[in-house]
Each structure stands twice: as C-alpha cells, then as structure tokens.
Design a binder for this molecule. Structure first.
Ligand code: BJW
Ligand code: ZN
Length: 254
C-alpha cells in the first residue's frame, strides 16, 4: 500500500532535519505495528480481557505473578518471529548516514528490541526490554533471550522471584537512561516523534521539553495525537512508509 503523502510536507520535514546539528527521536509502539507487534491503546490492545494497566503494575505482579508472567511469555514468544520493518531501518540509516558521531539519539518507549535489531546504535530504552529479567530481591539483571520462562522463574543467585525488566505504571524510569534522554532532548535542534499516543509520562513530557528548548518538532503517526499541537510538521500515515520516504529525501538533498 502506498499512502499519498504531500511531497511538500516531506520536503519541509526533510529541510528541518537536514538543518539540524543534532537529532533526537522518540518512538512508540506504532513504529513496530507494521512488524506485527500490537500497540497498547488500539482495538487489539487487550490481553485475555485485561487492560495493560491491569497487568503492567507492581501491584498486579504481587497479586498474581503467574498471570503477569503468562502475559510476558506470550509477548516474548511473539517476538521470536518478528522482524524490524522499513521504518526501523530508515531510522538506522539516518543515524549512520546523516547523523554519525553521536549527533543522533533514539529514545524509545518500546520494549521489543527492534531498533537494535535494525542496526540503530544510540538507543535509549526508557521502559526496559522484554528479553531481560530482574530479580525482585537482589536486583540482578539478566538477558534471557526469548526462551519461555516458568510462570514463577527464580533467581539462581538468591532464590528471589524474577520479574520482567520492564518499567511498570507507578515505577521510576531507569535514572541514567532518563538523564541521557533529557540531555538529548534539551540539546537537539530537531525532535522526531514516531508512533506514540504521547499519553504516558514522563516520556511524553520530552516532547514539550524539546519544544521549550527550541527544537523543531516533527510528528509521524497514523492519526492526530496529544503531541500534534506541539508539532511544527505532522506527517499522517504509516511510519513504515513515511520514514523511508523522509530518509530518501534527506539523502537526495545531500
Ligand atoms: C502508528 C502506526 C503506524 C499505530 N505508523 N503510527 C496523570 C498525569 C501524568 C502522569 C500520570 C498520571 N497518572 C499516572 C501517571 C503516571 C503514569 C502515566 O503516565 N499514566 C498515564 C497513562 C496517565 N506513568 C508512570 O507510571 C511512569 N512512571 C512514573 O511516572 O514514575 C513516577 C511516579 C511514580 C509513582 C506515581 C506517579 C508517578 C511509568 C510508565 C511506564 C509505562 N510502561 C508501559 C508498559 C510497559 C509494559 C509492557 O510493555 O509490557 O509502556 S505503558 C505502555 O504505554 C508501554 C508503552 O511504552 C507506553 C506508551 O505507549 P505508546 O508507545 O505511545 O503506544 P500506544 O498504543 O499508546 O500508541 C500507539 C500509537 O501509534 C498511536 O498513536 C497510533 O496512532 C500509532 N500508530 N500504527 C505510525 N503503522
Ligand atoms: Zn536474586
């Protein structure tokens, strides 16, 4: 499917990006939708009748760790067959060709690892990663790959209950990663917001922080969002089509 996007809007967005010394990108679940990863707040955003707010909390895990682990095991299993799409690849190309030498930061709310899989290098994962576990007693973090885990997996170091290394509602984001994201946001000249509903904080607050610091805001999303009114340019359509168009335009203008 080729979505007709106004060429002038793509040109204008490409001009803002090519004029930037530093680019920061904030991505959300929408960028992975074309790879087959469900978004959180779409019509398919339910799991066994539960809303994400019912399974992704420390309270839910204390009440019923097996239920929470079934949810995460299913998500981990889905990832084994999933590949990055042209949107992820376009961002990796942009970093490599247009913004080398640390001038690019990809801040992602996603936990699927698809930006790394596409070759992006400076990636800040604000909400954790599905491949990792963290011990709820000794805090040991381990990469478990995508193999299915037991419904009550146990830490080999201390016998504590392992949890997904994911940031749940009501929990702090990893402080060092958050600090790096805030710095990248405050020092970029252009801020590209891709595939997020921009309703979950503090991540969504980065958009207004970038605007206040003087960055141009470019949004790529299927629909209008909470971020749209801050955007200098909003490109509406699938990111798997828009981002490659944008990347091609940037290459041809170089
Ligand atoms: C496409 C597309 C295509 C589709 N192309 N686009 C009131 C005010 C402010 C804050 C709060 C508040 N009440 C509570 C809070 C705090 C809370 C919060 O923000 N809640 C809001 C829901 C109101 N935040 C927190 O709790 C955070 N911690 C925190 O604040 O700590 C301090 C604190 C402590 C104690 C008390 C209060 C504060 C932590 C947030 C952690 C969020 N974690 C999750 C779950 C991870 C679990 C998991 O993955 O298993 O992270 S929530 C879920 O939402 C996930 C996502 O990363 C996050 C963002 O969602 P995202 O990516 O935007 O996805 P969607 O589905 O919402 O949107 C998809 C978009 O894509 C749509 O716009 C589509 O149109 C678009 N799209 N296809 C382009 N092909
Ligand atoms: Zn432990």
């Amino acid at each position: 499917m080729n979505v007709p996007i106004d060429d002038r809007l793509i040109d204008a967005a490409a001009r803002l990006i090519s004029g930037a010394k530093k680019l920061a990108v904030l991505s959300g679940a929408g960028i992975s939708a074309e790879s087959g990863v469900p978004t959180f707040r779409g019509s398919d955003g339910l799991w066994e009748g539960h809303r994400i707010e019912e399974v992704a909390t420390p309270h839910a895990f204390r009440q019923d760790p097996a239920l929470v682990w079934r949810f995460y095991n299913q998500r981990r299993a889905n990832l084994t067959t999933i590949q990055p799409n042209p949107g992820h690849h376009a961002l990796a190309d942009l970093e490599r060709r247009q913004f080398p030498d640390g001038r690019f930061t990809l801040i992602t709310q996603n936990v699927d690892g698809l930006h790394h899989a596409a070759g992006s290098e400076r990636v800040l994962e604000l909400h954790g990663n599905l491949r990792r576990t963290r011990c709820s007693r000794c805090e040991l973090v381990a990469d478990q790959g995508l193999v299915p885990l037991e419904e009550r997996p146990i830490c080999l170091e201390c016998g504590g209950l392992l949890r997904p290394d994911i940031v749940w509602f009501g929990e702090m984001l990893p402080p060092t990663i958050w600090e790096q994201a805030a710095i990248a946001t405050a020092t970029c000249d252009a801020f590209l917001v891709v595939g997020t509903s921009a309703v979950v904080y503090p991540a969504a607050g980065l958009i207004s922080a970038a605007k206040q610091a003087g960055a141009a805001i470019i949004e790529v999303n299927l629909t209008e969002t909470e971020a749209s009114e801050l955007a200098d340019i909003a490109l509406h359509g699938p990111s798997g089509e828009i981002l490659p168009q944008l990347a091609r335009r940037l290459q041809s203008s170089n």
